[in-house]
Design a protein around this ligand. Structure first.
Ligand SMILES: [Fe+2]
Length: 253
């Protein structure tokens, strides 16, 4: 989340954390092709947040590609970022060499859960049809596989996961899915497709699988993930705690 009109969210300044994250990426990874932000740009659909984010995108040397999260407002998002919409929904494709990156819109407005309705699923299928030969990478907000936390897998779930996987299994060369929403580092796989999420620029979520009411937040440091892909499509993901990045010491293997 980029933030809200409040100075802080849960006692955290997400705007400051985003700024430090972008500076860190610029400093250590300035060969990055693009930065993907996996949703929840604004906590409370405040136009000021989208306005600030427009400024951030326009002034970043590295292209930034955002998607919608459950806290976002689609109409506002599309009005500020028309280049990231495909008509009624905020879904789009970026192609780099022999790779395509598909950005999905899983938002159901005013609900914590997400879905891909019939129209959005049809759009996904046509994007996969158009780029049959290319290596494919997907970015989405909601987790397409259960994460083991009760509230996230029930109230905040991705409701159309069966239909989603039904489509994906018909295509080859889908390599990796990156998602947001759970505010945790998680790696998983389904068939030959690997997946990951990283921590948030706001609060983080504790892994308490026995907690049946609400999720618990904790004070883990925020991270961004570096997704390194070679020409064969092999992917490696590193999670970087950027607030403490100056604390490095010589080590011996
Ligand atoms: Fe979310």
């Amino acid at each position: 989340m980029l933030g809200s009109s409040q100075l802080s969210l849960y006692g955290i300044d997400p705007e400051y954390r985003l700024k430090i994250a972008l500076q860190s990426i610029q400093k250590f990874h300035n060969d990055t092709e693009f930065i993907a932000i996996t949703g929840d740009l604004a906590n409370d659909s405040d136009p000021l947040v989208y306005e600030k984010f427009r400024y951030t995108i326009d002034n970043s040397e590295i292209p930034i590609y955002p998607i919608l999260g459950n806290h976002d407002n689609r109409e506002l998002f599309i009005s500020y970022f028309p280049e990231f919409s495909g008509g009624k929904f905020a879904q789009y494709v970026k192609k780099i060499d022999n790779k395509i990156f598909i950005f999905l819109d899983t938002l159901v407005e005013n609900e914590p859960y997400g879905e891909l309705c019939e129209k959005r699923l049809r759009w996904l299928k046509s994007a996969l049809d158009e780029y049959k030969q290319e290596q494919k990478y997907i970015f989405m907000h909601h987790h397409p596989i259960d994460c083991g936390l009760y509230e996230m897998d029930n109230m905040g779930e991705f409701k159309t996961k069966e239909l989603f996987w039904e489509i994906l299994k018909k295509y080859e060369n889908i390599k990796h899915i990156s998602f947001g929403h759970i505010h945790r580092i998680m790696h998983s796989s389904k068939g030959s497709i690997s997946m990951h999420s990283t921590r948030s620029t706001t609060f983080e979520v504790a892994y308490r699988p026995d907690e049946k009411k609400e999720y618990l937040t904790n004070e883990e440091n925020p991270t961004y993930a570096i997704i390194d892909i070679n020409s064969d499509g092999e992917t490696r993901v590193h999670h970087h705690e950027y607030l403490d990045e100056d604390k490095v010491y010589l080590g011996v293997c």
